[in-house]
Design a binder for this molecule. Structure first.
Ligand SMILES: [Zn+2]
Length: 407
């Protein structure tokens, strides 16, 4: 690509695509740490779609929708800062070119705040069948219609650029937590080479004249299964590749919580401290509190939505199962004092009835409550960090959730 105009102090000055991309990274994408408590950090990330206050829980809308008939209007009301969507799923259906034609994901789903798209790597390795991994990328079959697809770092960046998300995730391989050392070593080395290719390709795409979001950010991903030394070496290697944030992937896939906390504790110090730290796909409220303490500030997980759809609800006194007969005539809200759309209006008995009658509204109210619970907990975490009381907050929150009605 040739040259693109750069706005700002020198409106008529032109830069090459590479230096323009570098300029944008330095000047406009600002990650600012507001306060720390131990390793825990309270920060904010400025993006073209607004500022993200961290620690943040991103609400998972895999196919550009939160499962359970939750609209983007609902999300605005329950304090959602970032929606997470999936590259692989949207590539297969409706197709990223369709989304691009519709003006990008923000316009397509009518959501103005930040969107993070994961790279498709995890889904390719967990969902798709008959995959073949090569240096250039992965050959696999679609889980929808079986057609053969190739995806490598360049393809993943092109798809995410078409979707025009705020943050694109690097294309990585997520080796099984059971994989042997030799396999994991080779895999993470390839993931680092893939990250270099992702960076180069996204810089190229961000420099094109017709790119919907030319300020799309890139987060690199750390892998290494449960081998702390491999994770650390990989963290050092990817830290040398300039990204706007760094994630820890491939955890919460079968290892114990203690193993997971250990890996987070060992790895986080080797990722750039002046960039966001994202723990992918984790987890329970307790997992999040433990990871915040170890320096993580971006999270996502399907638990609140998936559990909500099954009537399992998070409260400050632990998880409750609304199908339990004891709620049949319970006139109280899911949680006393909760400000969510379900609790401010409906009783446990009514929501339970809706779930039993398989009414969509039942699922919807439960998902709204659970997402509100997670979003509110993140707000409480941020407030506690600001006043230097996170350690006390964490202790009290964990103890409260253990007193559970049914835990
Ligand atoms: Zn509620």
């Amino acid at each position: 690509m040739g040259q693109i105009p750069v706005s700002g102090e020198q409106p008529y000055h032109y830069l090459t695509a590479e230096s323009a991309a570098e300029n944008i990274r330095k000047a406009e994408i600002m990650y600012q740490i507001i306060r720390t408590e131990g390793r825990a950090k309270r920060a904010q990330l400025e993006t073209v779609h607004g500022t993200i206050q961290t620690p943040v829980f991103m609400n998972v809308g895999t196919v550009a929708a939160i499962k359970g008939a939750v609209s983007t209007e609902d999300l605005e009301k329950i304090g959602t800062q970032v929606v997470l969507s999936n590259t692989y799923h949207l590539h297969v259906r409706p197709g990223d070119k369709i989304v691009r034609q519709m003006g990008g994901l923000h316009r397509f789903m009518s959501w103005e705040r930040p969107i993070l798209t994961d790279s498709g790597g995890f889904q390719v390795f967990s969902l798709a069948s008959l995959r073949r991994i090569k240096e250039e990328g992965v050959y696999f079959h679609s889980h929808i219609d079986g057609r053969k697809i190739f995806m490598g770092p360049e393809e993943s960046m092109q798809i995410q650029s078409n979707l025009a998300s705020t943050i694109a995730m690097a294309f990585d391989e997520c080796p099984s937590s059971m994989a042997d050392r030799k396999y994991v070593e080779e895999s993470v080395s390839r993931t680092a080479r893939w990250l270099e290719r992702c960076r180069a390709e996204l810089d190229r795409l961000n420099g094109l004249d017709d790119t919907i979001n030319p300020k799309q950010l890139l987060f690199g991903i750390n892998q290494g299964a449960v081998y702390a030394d491999i994770r650390i070496e990989h963290a050092k290697r990817i830290s040398d590749i300039p990204c706007e944030g760094y994630a820890i992937g491939g955890l919460a896939v079968g290892e114990s919580h203690e193993e997971m906390y250990h890996i987070i504790e060992e790895t986080v110090p080797y990722l750039p401290q002046d960039k966001p730290t994202y723990l992918m796909g984790v987890g329970t409220p307790a997992n999040i509190l433990e990871a915040v303490e170890r320096g993580v500030d971006f999270f996502d997980c399907v638990y609140p939505t998936r559990n909500g759809r099954h009537g399992h609800l998070y409260t400050n006194r632990g998880k409750i199962n609304l199908f339990n007969a004891r709620y049949e005539t319970d006139a109280g809200p899911i949680e006393e004092g909760c400000g969510c759309p379900a609790c401010t209006r409906y009783s446990r008995a009514y929501v339970r009835h809706l779930l039993k009658a398989k009414e969509m509204l039942g699922m919807r109210l439960c998902v709204l409550h659970n997402l509100y619970f997670y979003n509110t907990m993140m707000k409480e975490i941020r407030d506690a960090l600001e006043t230097g009381t996170f350690a006390a907050y964490k202790k009290q929150k964990l103890e409260g959730m253990q007193t559970g009605e049914e835990c």
